[in-house]
Design a binder for this molecule. Structure first.
Ligand code: PEP
Ligand code: MN
Length: 352
């Protein structure tokens, strides 16, 4: 529920509303806006009796948030959430953000060479898994902490921001030490202890849609993060389980306009996992930008045929250049543009 205060309401009136909410057993979150202050009431699962609040001085209006997710919804906040990373990249604004890199960090040579290459292509965020969720327990599981250190080295050399996955609750804090954005993978979308722990770090979170998750379930998972006081959430459509075998997943691009209508959070698309097929990545990247995606997450490997994970869906660097060129034209056609490339070197810390 939202308690909207009259324009210019004095501090005293705001304080009285906050106190009343607390006395009712809920949390109060004042949100000063350009026009007026609203006070969010959180912690309720059903409808709250608002009689007591309506009677308080300077209360203009009570808005009952009808969706099961509250802070994530457009009813709660109408303006889009824009997340600014340390290197200046803004996610959720008018510019379409390019996040790219290998599925896994494999070696210093691999990650540094591809990072420099991708920075030159216009990507401002470098992806790479250090803790990998693999379907087979015998497959490459990632370099762990060493992988994080290599990503930090790549950030220090290129100024790119880092997005990398936190797989388990035990390692969330170490990932947070190195990452600009913590990725929560599709298999963990409903791992609620992990969502809470990642939320508490205060770092931006890239939350991937689960393999069989509805859009409401995705938004409710995001709500777990906001409920920890962290509103820096980027949603990611990475394909859901379909019945056709030509692609690894069914990239649900409808989710993009649906999420934009329901929520103020940004949403990016991952056509690499969404299709699982190298030749299908660029066409679906074009389609995702056309559908309104706030960014793209693309797997690129310096030698995809030698990749330790997801080589068949990874682009060669020159294919990524072509993708960037094509999606820039699409972005322009819908009145957007790509995030400008990192020109001067932004000093980024090796460790946070
Ligand atoms: C990945 O980004 O490499 C990954 C494992 O993604 P997902 O969780 O979407 O499968
Ligand atoms: Mn992958």
């Amino acid at each position: 529920m939202l308690v909207v205060m009259r324009h210019g309401a004095p501090e005293e009136s705001i304080r009285r509303v906050v106190e009343a909410i607390r006395e009712m057993g809920y949390q109060a979150r004042p949100m000063p806006g350009r026009q007026r202050t609203a006070i969010g009431l959180i912690g309720n699962d059903g409808k709250v009796d608002s009689n007591r609040l309506e009677a308080l001085p300077d209360v203009l209006q009570i808005i009952h948030v009808t969706q099961p997710y509250k802070q994530v919804s457009r009813e709660w906040r109408d303006e889009p959430t824009v997340i600014t990373l340390d290197n200046g990249t803004r996610v959720g604004g008018p510019d379409v953000v390019l996040m790219a890199g290998p599925c896994s960090v494999e070696s210093e040579e691999q990650i540094l060479s591809v990072a420099h290459r991708l920075r030159g292509s216009g990507a401002t965020v470098l992806r790479g898994g250090a803790f990998k969720p693999r379907t087979s327990p015998y497959a490459f599981q990632g370099l762990g902490r060493k992988g994080l250190e290599l990503l930090a080295l790549a950030r220090a050399e290129t100024g790119m921001a880092i997005v990398t996955e936190a797989l388990e609750t035990d390692t969330v804090e170490v990932v947070a030490e190195f990452a600009d954005i913590i990725q929560i993978g599709a298999r963990n979308m409903q791992n609620y202890p992990l969502l809470r722990r990642a939320g508490r770090t205060g770092r931006p979170i890239l939350l991937k849609r689960g393999l069989a998750a509805t859009i409401n379930e995705l938004l409710l998972s995001a709500e777990y993060i906001l409920a920890e006081g962290n509103d820096k959430v980027i949603l990611c459509e990475r394909g859901i389980r379909g019945f056709d075998e030509h692609t690894r997943n069914l990239l649900d691009l409808t989710a993009i306009p649906v999420v934009h209508a329901l929520s103020h959070l940004p949403i990016v698309a991952d056509p690499s996992h969404g299709t699982g097929v190298r030749a299908k990545v660029t066409p679906m990247a074009r389609a995702a930008v056309a559908a309104g995606a706030d960014g793209l997450l693309i797997e690129v490997h310096p030698q995809p045929d030698r990749a330790l994970s997801d080589g068949v869906q990874s682009l060669w660097p020159q294919q990524f250049d072509e993708l960037v060129h094509q999606v820039s034209l699409i972005a322009e056609a819908i009145g957007r543009k790509l995030t400008p490339p990192l020109t001067s070197h932004v000093a980024m810390p090796a460790q946070r």
